[in-house]
Design a protein around this ligand. Structure first.
Ligand SMILES: NC(=O)c1ccc[n+]([C@@H]2O[C@H](COP(=O)([O-])OP(=O)(O)OC[C@H]3O[C@@H](n4cnc5c(N)ncnc54)[C@H](O)[C@@H]3O)[C@@H](O)[C@H]2O)c1
Ligand SMILES: [Zn+2]
Length: 360
């Protein structure tokens, strides 16, 4: 039975989530709306309907990151208004990170704030996007520029939704779960090293990963200090993601880019004498269970490092990192020179044949 408390709301996982959803008390709400996209309408709404007893109206938006916009919010606000929503209405976000981010922002700002619940349907949303209160939308190609902190009434994590996700979509979540284990949970890390991990059937793994995020958010809800731990793998990961979107025929997903970031930033942790070479190798081998290696052309590595200098987390021209103190313990506010970062990307390039460079 998995129930995790975050501030004053509950995140239920697995069978507990189904039971809690079936027992959901709708009497406090004047009208209920369920926000879906065309994929979650097809794959997830039928399961939701089996478990949720109340009446509701459906609002369907087009799927995809390109629709995480203020224009989509306006469209949802119009639909809410024309269908009688008021301050006592409830919005149920049934979908991945795009639905949870957009729906949370819509609810938080409709008539100065109505209640909402999150029912994440992707692995990434289950362990990350639906948890922690960050909501928002993109402006043109700039991600998450408009947003606010809004906490749901409850979150229901139902792993069976993962059965209709593609491997490519699952990978988005793998990267964040590997990150959670590396920064905060040695036991979870041990479980992830197995060849047969299946998040759709092992709700304990999901719950452990969610608990890491909630405990960090609880200590630092507005991202002042401790929440920086969640940036592990993301300083180099974000630069690679942006670089690949501008330069590559097949742009890397966020999860794929973060998988490279995890290896490169683990290398930085090794070179700063925090983790041993054997631990570094163990991290690489485990990431390799979930991700295929990506080829990074030698002459592009400098461009990736240039992109890191624009990262909003940097101060005084130094590139700021969250690194590992050990496997299972992250450490914030670390810096690395450009030369060392370049070396970390060179190290990643040895990943495909796993002929790791051992010199210090
Ligand atoms: N708020 C936060 O703290 C936070 C954290 C991490 C990521 N995010 C945001 O999350 C977003 C990415 O989330 P995502 O990866 O879930 O993407 P997504 O919401 O776009 O979902 C990915 C795709 O899977 C489809 N889908 C969703 N559930 C499905 C299911 N069960 N079966 C079949 N198809 C399904 C969707 O329709 C979509 O096409 C980004 O916008 C990112 O900025 C937010
Ligand atoms: Zn991420």
């Amino acid at each position: 039975m998995s129930q995790i408390k975050l501030f004053d709301h509950m995140i239920s996982v697995g069978i507990t989530a189904k039971n809690a959803l079936s027992a959901f008390d709708t009497s406090a709400y004047s009208t209920i709306f369920c926000l879906v996209d065309e994929n979650t309408e097809k794959h997830c709404l039928p399961v939701f309907k089996e478990n949720f007893k109340g009446e509701f109206q459906i609002i369907c938006i087009a799927s995809g990151e390109e629709n995480k916009t203020f224009e989509t919010c306006t469209e949802i606000w119009r639909q809410l208004l024309s269908n009688g929503a008021n301050r006592e209405s409830l919005l149920i976000n049934l979908g991945g990170g795009v639905i949870c981010d957009t729906g949370g922002f819509v609810a938080g700002n409709f008539k100065r704030g109505i209640s909402f619940v999150n029912i994440p349907t992707t692995l990434l949303a289950m362990v990350d996007a639906a948890i922690g209160g960050k909501t928002g939308v993109n402006v043109d190609s700039l991600k998450n520029q408009i947003g606010s902190f809004e906490f749901p009434e409850a979150v229901y994590v139902m792993p069976e939704f993962l059965n209709t996700l593609t491997e490519q979509e699952l990978k988005q979540g793998y990267a964040e779960i590997l990150k959670h284990a590396l920064i905060a949970d040695f036991d979870l890390w041990q479980s992830l090293k197995s060849e047969n991990v299946d998040f759709a059937t092992d709700e304990n793994l999901l719950a452990k990963s969610i608990r890491i995020k909630t405990s960090i958010v609880e200590e630092d809800p507005e991202e002042k200090e401790k929440r920086k731990l969640l940036n592990f793998g993301h300083t180099i990961g974000h630069a690679i993601e942006s670089w690949s979107q501008n330069n590559s025929e097949a742009a890397l997903s966020h999860g794929e880019a973060v998988s490279i970031g995890i290896i490169a930033e683990s290398f930085l942790s090794y070179r700063k004498s925090n983790i041993s070479f054997d631990e570094l190798k163990e991290i690489c081998d485990t990431v390799y269970l979930y991700f295929n290696p990506v080829y990074l052309a030698e002459d592009k590595l400098g461009e990736i490092i240039e992109l890191m200098q624009y990262d909003k987390k940097n101060k005084n021209d130094e590139i700021n990192f969250t690194l590992l103190k050990n496997i299972g313990i992250g450490i914030i506010d670390q810096t690395a020179s450009k030369e060392l970062i370049l070396e970390s990307l060179e190290f990643y390039k040895t990943f495909p044949d796993r002929n790791y460079i051992a010199q210090k």
